[in-house]
Design a protein around this ligand. Structure first.
Ligand code: NAP
Length: 294
């Protein structure tokens, strides 16, 4: 069993960015917009700002109040679109309920779209043209390449069809010449579909849902899920009792962490697998955009 180590892949991605940043006339600029005080979002944004500082990317955090209207937030993004020293803009999701998230995401200039969520960039991605790409699936492709997991001609099954993970993941695997099936909550017999996969990507957000019977012997299993569980008995059943007792909760992926070890040939653990790649690819998108602007 090969454990696919996201931290090692992140280190390599960031190391490749450093010389590219040094060649630029001015540091790349990333602006992160964080509305309100969602604790998880605050942690993610802190990680993004810290990674930028370590690499020599100029970054700033803009924190409009929780009560902001769609129009006022549009004005914030509009101003960032205008500023020449800002190469990349990221609006941290989720936004408060009164804000029209789609309008906000579509207001980010496509050539400053750090997350690759703008429909223009989704279109470029589908057409196989260079453009910022959704960070989590782009990081997974980097990881599969780093570990030389063959994709060409292989059967890949993606569980989940969200705009930020499942759909772009499936499209990127197609571009690597995999034969791809997308599964979701209406799929009949999910276990049977998954069992056909040489590469199984689980992005459904259901802790430890993908058990041994879903996994073909020798498959590569990529676990995107990140759920924090507060049930000690559940944590114990999936071998996470020690983590639970240390922290009062446990971070669990979508794949059963014990049963996968009996079946797969390679697996991304949670934590330490896919998680570290997302910020690395955000840095990569930011540097790509800065190079294009300069
Ligand atoms: P999401 O928007 O909630 O989408 C979940 C998808 O899974 C939906 O397409 C849903 O189907 C499908 N699904 C749900 N239950 C299912 C079931 N029982 N059987 C089959 N399909 C099912 O979630 P997301 O944003 O894509 O995120 C998925 C997971 O990845 C979450 O745990 C999230 O925290 C994690 N994540 C991690 C990272 C990272 O950096 N590691 C980044 C992003 C997300 P329908 O479309 O039919 O509803």
């Amino acid at each position: 069993m090969l454990i696919l180590d996201g931290t090692a892949v992140r280190t390599e991605i960031l190391a490749r960015l450093k010389p590219r940043i040094e060649k630029l006339r001015r540091p790349p600029g990333l602006s992160v917009v964080l509305v309100g005080h969602d604790p998880a979002s605050e942690i993610y944004v802190r990680g993004k700002i810290k990674a930028s500082a370590e690499l020599g990317i100029y970054s700033e955090k803009i924190t409009p109040p929780e009560s902001i209207s769609t129009d006022d937030l549009l004005a914030v993004v509009c101003e960032l679109n205008r500023r020449p020293e800002i190469d990349a803009i990221l609006v941290q999701m989720p936004l408060p309920h009164q804000v029209d998230s789609r309008r906000i995401l579509e207001s980010v200039a496509p050539d400053k779209d750090a997350d690759g969520f703008h429909p223009v960039n989704v279109g470029h991605m589908v057409a196989g043209r260079p453009a910022p790409r959704a960070c989590t699936p782009a990081g997974i492709i980097q990881m599969l390449k780093y570990y030389r997991v063959p994709m060409d001609g292989r059967r890949a099954v993606v569980v989940g069809r969200s705009d930020i993970v499942g759909k772009p993941m499936a499209m990127m695997l197609v571009q690597e010449n995999a034969t791809v099936t997308i599964c979701h909550s209406r799929t009949f017999n999910l276990a049977e579909e998954c069992h056909r996969a040489d590469i199984l990507v689980a992005a459904l957000g259901r802790p430890a849902y993908i058990t041994g019977e879903f996994i073909a012997p020798g498959a590569t299993v990529v676990d995107v899920g990140q759920s924090r569980i507060a049930d000690r008995a559940f944590a114990e059943r999936i071998g996470k009792a020690a983590e639970f007792d240390r922290k009062g909760s446990a971070l669990v992926g979508d794949v059963h962490p014990l049963e996968v070890l009996q079946r797969a040939s390679a697996y991304t653990p949670v934590p330490g697998g896919v998680g570290p790649l997302t910020i690395a690819m955000l840095m990569s998108n930011t540097v790509d955009l800065a190079e294009r602007h300069q």
